[in-house]
Write a protein that binds this ligand. Structure first.
Ligand SMILES: [Zn+2]
Length: 443
């Protein structure tokens, strides 16, 4: 979908609803630099590694399947003339020299998946980055800045239970204590690093110092429904949302479910059920794109003839605005106190996770927006509600992300799908954004 379906800015704004701005497409059909068929063929080849019979892939970070897929991707990088280096965390970097002594413009994504994941999350940005290098080679385009394609390791964190692991180590957010962590089979992270040809004792050498990167860009599928539903081909990511998580325990009193009159019951499950509804009410009480979830509930003692004495559940709240997450939690707690009184129970919650939002750098957002416009593609600003490697890199470098539509907003599923044309659009915008930043940064 090269042209915006909504030709007037006003209509775009109405369609886009909550988003800040929509940049309309131009009516010209500018030339394309990236090769859509070649990029698609690479995605199909990568999908063979860890392919599941029911579609999609299982390609966990730090696994034999991941190792094989990495060899394939390293082969593509070398074929594109990149000099390949692997850091002590297993992150892969493919380097292309610049014409000046300047910091690196970095772009890429990850190729690991969740259990029973799809073929687009991470793969699109990884292979899209290599396609950008191939396109630059074909047009004999030199850049002032050195360019590096990066493949971050274990973004999904389904192995070792830590998400965005490779980029977290590179950004200095995860320290060397991680090497003794064991997976479900008792194998340590250090063991897996050795299998990846790395020396675990040198893990801290993976840290990227401030100033080494001029900019970091990541092309990624949206994993949500907005671009697909609004029929806008390019998302300019405003930032990665803050995530607050709390674990709550409701203490009531277990008692005989037959002999206890209704007015003398203190059911922990009944109160917790009202709590779940209260979370949704609080999230919906403000306009905006904030979200909240209660993901599970453990109830004790768990018998049909016993009034539940204890219920435990997590609350998760996400928004681009850190202050809104704090404010929503305050309101949730207020409601919980009220429900405690109504049901005669006691609810205690403690914070288990407090991830601050990571804002994309305005100059990089502007370059992505302009790159889309120059390619004749409409774009819209939106947050990433999913965690990303780029949120770690925002701590050490100016950062930006490009989103392309996910069919029906489905991700982390074999049904995940992005159309080849949409993927090529994203890679073209990445190509143009890299060149814009190469001209603008460090003048
Ligand atoms: Zn991803």
């Amino acid at each position: 979908m090269r042209h915006c379906r909504c030709r007037s800015v006003l209509l775009c704004l109405v369609l886009a609803g909550m988003f800040v701005a929509v940049t309309p497409a131009q009516d010209t059909s500018p030339e394309r630099h990236v090769n859509s068929q070649r990029l698609h063929a690479a995605l199909v080849s990568l999908s063979e590694y860890g392919r599941n019979p029911d579609g999609g892939v299982t390609r966990l970070g730090y696994s034999e399947t991941d190792l094989a897929a990495r060899e394939y991707v390293i082969g593509l990088m070398k074929g594109a003339g990149l000099s390949v280096r692997i850091d002590p965390a297993g992150n892969i970097f493919g380097h292309r020299d610049g014409s000046e002594r300047l910091p690196v413009i970095l772009f890429g994504s990850h190729i690991d998946s969740v259990l029973h994941g799809g073929n687009y999350d991470g793969d699109v940005g990884s292979l899209g980055a290599i396609e950008v290098i191939r396109a630059l080679n074909e047009s004999s385009t030199r850049t002032r800045h050195p360019l590096e394609v990066v493949i971050w390791t274990n973004e999904e964190g389904n192995h070792f239970g830590v998400g965005t692991l490779g980029s977290g180590i590179a950004a200095g957010l995860i320290g060397p204590e991680i090497i003794s962590r064991k997976d479900d089979t008792g194998v340590t992270f250090a063991d897996w690093l050795r299998r990846y040809g790395q020396d675990p004792a040198k893990l801290s050498d993976a840290r990227i110092p401030q100033g080494r990167l001029a900019a970091s860009l990541e092309l990624h599928i949206e994993q949500g429904p907005y671009l697909y539903e609004k029929k806008v081909p390019i998302g300019v990511v405003q930032g990665i949302v803050a995530v607050g998580r709390w674990n709550c325990i409701v203490s009531g009193s277990a008692n005989h479910a037959g002999t206890t009159p209704m007015n003398r019951r203190h059911s922990a499950l009944l109160a917790a059920s009202k709590d779940v509804l209260a979370v949704r009410d609080v999230v919906l009480s403000e306009t905006g794109t904030q979200v909240g979830n209660v993901g599970f509930m453990k109830v004790e003692p768990g018998a049909p003839n016993v009034i539940p004495g204890r219920a435990e559940f997590p609350v998760e709240l996400r928004d681009l605005d850190d202050a809104r997450v704090v404010r929503m939690w305050e309101h949730v707690e207020e409601r919980f106190r009220q429900i405690d009184k109504e049901e005669g129970v006691d609810t205690r919650c403690e914070s288990t996770d407090d991830v601050k939002s990571a804002r994309a750098t305005p100059a990089i957002q502007a370059a992505i927006r302009e790159a889309a416009e120059s390619a004749g593609l409409a774009s819209v600003d939106l947050p990433s509600f999913a965690g990303q490697d780029s949120q770690n890199i925002a701590n050490i470098a100016p950062m930006g992300m490009i989103f392309v539509p996910s069919k029906d907003g489905i991700s982390h599923s074999p049904r995940e799908y992005s159309a080849p044309e949409d993927i090529a659009n994203g890679a073209e915008v990445l190509y143009r954004a890299v060149l814009l930043l190469d001209r603008r940064l460090n003048p």
